[in-house]
Design a protein around this ligand. Structure first.
Ligand SMILES: CC(C)(COP(=O)(O)OP(=O)(O)OC[C@H]1O[C@@H](n2cnc3c(N)ncnc32)[C@H](O)[C@@H]1OP(=O)(O)O)[C@@H](O)C(=O)NCCC(=O)NCCS
Length: 172
């Protein structure tokens, strides 16, 4: 699926294919996130822990431009704002968790982060055809990641774990 053509390269998105995409060549500048892509994604996919999706250069599919991983999750009722709680059951609501999200450091600030987030939200909305999903949740690594998610309407719901959620109807 061609997602977008920037002035630089046409970009496609899809599930990570370890035989096709070069995980070792990806560098987002954050070593734990590079290592996760190299060492854990295949195992996590096989075990049903997380599924990883990549953006790649359509003309050169081996090159990963960014990735994110998705898992099933829940969001505690108490963590939502009062307005969001209205008309919701008082037990944890179903959610999709963006476990990790990273863009190649070589193209920082050129829209890849936004594209990754849009793609993750689109997939989450598609998942609603199969199972209930109320919100998207994420645990930001640091203040900078938190600022990135807040920019797109995510609300901080737990200061300690830096958990944020995106309620329905808000998408980048
Ligand atoms: C966070 C990250 C994905 C952003 O990717 P990017 O390609 O540089 O971001 P984009 O170019 O798509 O930026 C989209 C918008 O977000 C803003 N933005 C990007 N990084 C931001 C940050 N750290 N804080 C606040 N806003 C940020 C940009 O200014 C831009 O807004 P604008 O269009 O109004 O100027 C990237 O910096 C990254 O991979 N970081 C390392 C891994 C990481 O921290 N991941 C997030 C948590 S797991």
């Amino acid at each position: 699926m061609v997602t977008r053509s920037t002035s630089e390269v046409p970009i496609s998105a899809g599930e990570l294919d370890p035989k096709r995409h070069d995980r070792g060549g990806f560098d987002c500048g954050v070593e734990p996130l590079n290592r996760y892509l190299r060492a854990l994604v295949v195992q996590h996919r096989a075990k049903g822990i997380a599924t990883t999706f990549v953006l790649f250069d359509s003309d050169q599919p081996v090159t990963i431009l960014g990735y994110y991983s998705l898992s099933a999750a829940t969001l505690a009722f108490e963590r939502m704002t009062e307005a969001d709680r209205k008309s919701l059951p008082t037990y944890p609501v179903p959610a999709v968790r963006i476990g990790r999200l990273a863009a190649t450091a070589a193209r920082r600030g050129r829209g890849l982060g936004e594209l990754l987030l849009q793609n993750a939200i689109k997939r989450t909305l598609l998942a609603r055809h199969t199972l209930g999903v109320y919100a998207v949740v994420v645990e930001a690594n640091d203040a900078s990641a938190e600022a990135f998610y807040r920019k797109y309407g995510f609300r901080l719901c737990d200061v300690q774990t830096r958990q944020l959620y995106l309620p329905p109807g808000r998408s980048p």
